[in-house]
Design a protein. Sequence first.
Length: 277
Amino acid sequence: MTIYIDETPLPLERRPMFHTSAWTQIEVPEIETLPKAVFLRSQNMAAREIFPPHTHRWNQFVYATSGTLIVTVAGSWYVITPEQAIWVPTGVLHTTGALNGAAFRNLYVADAPGLGMPDRCTVYAVRGLLPALIVELERTAQREETGEYIDKVNDLVLEQLRRLPEQDFHLPWPQSPSLHTVCEALYANPADARGMDEWSRELGTSGRTLSRRFEKEVGITLREWRHKLRLFRALEWLCAGRNVTDVALDLGYASTSAFTYMFRQEMGCPPSEWRSR
């Protein structure tokens, strides 16, 4: 059967990066004004809790200290593990959820001339002095300190933010409904091995045309996208407590060892070790 789909780009709210039916929405904490240029808020989320789509009037730096966070923005899905963070610029619509329960630190950063941070969502490896500076910010807030010392710590935090190494750790999603249909189907069943030729017959177009459109909208090939998807779904399922062998088979790997090899190549350790961190 051939499916014909209206190709009008999906509106932002219709571009989900993962299904939230099994998630519990919780209220987004409100901050009326920033008391200083850099403001720290520590938060915890239980497993499968999620903030609904929202924006902030300032930049947000979300730093995971334990557990695994998923941040979605129209067109991309970001997985944030411990020792990683994501920069979300002012006014960007996004959601934040915890796969297996998470503790994280939010740095809210006011817009300022010469801030020197990206105008797009960006994942960073959190290294150097920044973790210690974040701890110090938390301590000074508990002591209700003010004055020159706080200003110096804030300046150091901003300087460290600019020095962090970026990481390409996100899963882009297409805008057109037909390609969104393909990605949704693969998300639901990552073991689906159909290529562009098979999908093109189902969608009533040619494989070459569909491939070109996919790469234009997503920036990578379907094969590369499927590889990323499988890694992201592996993280999601491992955090949910699923057996490694079951995860491997449901992702479409012929054996647990093949899945473990892929996982080690991407994450630096086998899945069982990653889950225990």
